[in-house]
Write a protein that binds this ligand. Structure first.
Ligand SMILES: Cc1cc2nc3c(=O)[nH]c(=O)nc-3n(C[C@H](O)[C@H](O)[C@H](O)COP(=O)(O)O)c2cc1C
Length: 196
């Protein structure tokens, strides 16, 4: 199958991180090349093992890993990426992106992307965290910079409250990403394959 595109999938320290495993699988089965990057806190919720197996690529967990050769891995991945997807995205990582922090592999990749590379963010968090003015201001900053947000959904949250903050359904995230890849950096493309 022709590759649908090269995706960097960033996974952050949310209770929804386990759902990124199936999201990774959906994207691979749809024909994408997927490179997974886990934040340090994502590794409290998931390990690299399922991502490495499903993506058939090494998983990046350490900014200073030199296994890829002389060029830093985060620069290689940023150069090659057709799209950066962060799912789930925590309030903390959304804040780091909005403020241009570069304190781990994922945030360094986000800064080192080619300017035309689409960035898609799927937030997941407690409803009060999502609605907090600080988070909303960070989201607005990123939107103004061209970052696309998918979700969050509303419903029963893992913390026990009802509200906005649920990770968007992974099938919808995958469909959005495939459509975005098909459209290319600046125009309409062919319809994406189904992920069902
Ligand atoms: C059990 C548990 C669940 C959490 N779930 C979320 C979450 O869904 N969304 C969120 O923004 N933060 C959540 N947090 C807090 C983040 O893990 C914390 O802000 C962390 O610093 C995020 O780091 P990262 O964005 O670098 O991965 C949770 C913390 C705990 C202990």
């Amino acid at each position: 199958m022709k590759s649908q595109g090269n995706i960097v999938l960033g996974v952050t320290g949310s209770i929804a991180a386990h759902r990124a495993v199936d999201l990774c699988s959906l994207l691979v089965r749809a024909g994408c090349e997927v490179h997974v990057v886990l934040t340090a806190d994502a590794r409290r919720f998931v390990t690299e093992v399922p991502f490495q197996t499903l993506s058939r690529n090494p998983v990046v967990t350490d900014l200073y890993d030199t296994a890829g050769g002389w060029q830093p891995t985060h620069i290689q991945l940023a150069d090659q990426a057709d799209l950066l997807l962060i799912a789930p995205a925590t309030a903390h990582t959304i804040a780091r992106l909005a403020h241009g922090l570069a304190d781990d592999a994922l945030t360094c990749i986000a800064l080192a992307l080619r300017p035309e590379t689409p960035v898609v963010v799927a937030p997941a968090m407690n409803g009060k965290m999502w609605l907090h003015p600080a988070t909303q201001a960070n989201v607005e900053t990123l939107r103004r910079r061209g970052v696309e947000f998918v979700g969050p959904d509303t419903g029963l949250l893992a913390c026990g409250y009802e509200g906005a903050g649920r990770l968007w359904p992974i099938e919808q995230i995958a469909s959005h990403v495939l459509a975005r890849l098909a459209a290319g950096p600046g125009g309409a493309g062919t319809p994406p394959p189904s992920v069902a």
